[in-house]
Design a protein around this ligand. Structure first.
Ligand SMILES: [Zn+2]
Length: 299
């Protein structure tokens, strides 16, 4: 299994265009601290890649990763499709950015697809440009991501009913936000990717306990961070993100796992955006890493 981390930031990125917080200012002054919106490229077969979440940075993310460059045909692309973990704008705005495609396959759960069709009108908007083929993510059992018996298998683990603000009144469903489980029958390895975690359900714990790699939501360091830094009147949990630190935080859930564990989806207020922050040492002592843009992971 081959994975490329295309981005590791929460909504807005680091730096965020209208933000002068220490994290964003630090990234302006030190370009190596910049982080694009959280995204992952998954190799489904030789020269065939799926991109998990279509961020506003998707064009630059494809350019930054040579394995995703087009060729040798004039409009031949190794990008076979998109997989969505939720319907948030930061994970879906990039779909329209790929309108030059001959065709586009998008894997999502039913509520996510519904929100994109009924609220963002993506079907009507993109129809005149390209043909979008929707495929429902399997919530029970797994299926080959891209054909072939030896192909990488994908399944979705429902995580929470957290809807995007633009669909706040849409029907409740626990598949609004999912974690992805990827399984490679050739190597017998599995990975869990969950960039947005409002909860840690039993099914997720089960998949994480069996996995070789777990990459999860590291939006906020602690529950009070959004209020303390002045970006919101809500706590991290109130905003739909389990914090890393503290009781019920994800660090204490990840630490006992056998898997290699990494955080992604860091908000620009998270102290971890500063490589010199002492919080990095605390995670290292627990055996947990922080993912960075451009990281390649082979399992
Ligand atoms: Zn900021």
């Amino acid at each position: 299994m081959l994975l490329h981390v295309l981005g590791t930031a929460a909504g807005g990125g680091t730096p965020q265009w209208n933000c002068a917080c220490p994290g964003c200012s630090g990234a302006r002054a030190h370009p190596h601290r910049r982080r694009r919106h959280a995204s992952l490229a998954v190799q489904a077969g030789e020269g065939r890649w799926y991109i998990v979440n279509a961020t506003p940075d998707i064009g630059d993310q494809i350019e930054a990763e040579p394995g995703l460059h087009p060729g040798p045909g004039l409009r031949q692309t190794p990008v076979a499709g998109l997989v969505l973990t939720d319907a948030e704008l930061d994970h879906t705005l990039g779909i329209a950015r790929l309108r030059e495609a001959d065709g586009l396959e998008v894997l999502a759960t039913a509520p996510v697809r519904q929100a994109l069709m009924d609220r963002l009108h993506l079907g009507a908007v993109l129809g005149p440009y390209t043909s979008v083929t929707w495929r429902e993510l399997p919530l029970r059992g797994s299926e080959p991501l891209d054909g072939g018996a030896a192909a990488l298998h994908i399944s979705a683990i429902p995580v929470s009913g957290k809807r995007p603000r633009y669909a706040a009144d849409a029907p409740d469903d626990d598949a609004w936000v999912i974690a992805l489980r990827l399984y490679d029958p050739a190597s017998g390895t599995s990975a869990v990717y969950a960039p947005a975690l409002a909860a840690w359900p039993d099914h997720l714990q089960q998949a994480a306990a069996e996995a070789d790699l777990v990459i999860v939501d590291g939006t906020f360091w602690d529950d009070e961070e959004p209020r303390r830094t002045g970006i919101s009147s809500r706590t991290a949990t109130g905003m739909g993100h389990l914090p890393i630190d503290g009781p019920g935080g994800t660090a204490e859930l990840l630490a006992p796992l056998d898997a290699r564990c990494l955080y992604t989806h860091l908000n620009n207020t998270n102290p971890l955006v500063d490589p010199a922050a002492p919080q990095h040492k605390r995670l290292a002592r627990l055996g947990i890493e922080v993912a960075h843009d451009g990281m390649e992971i082979e399992l």
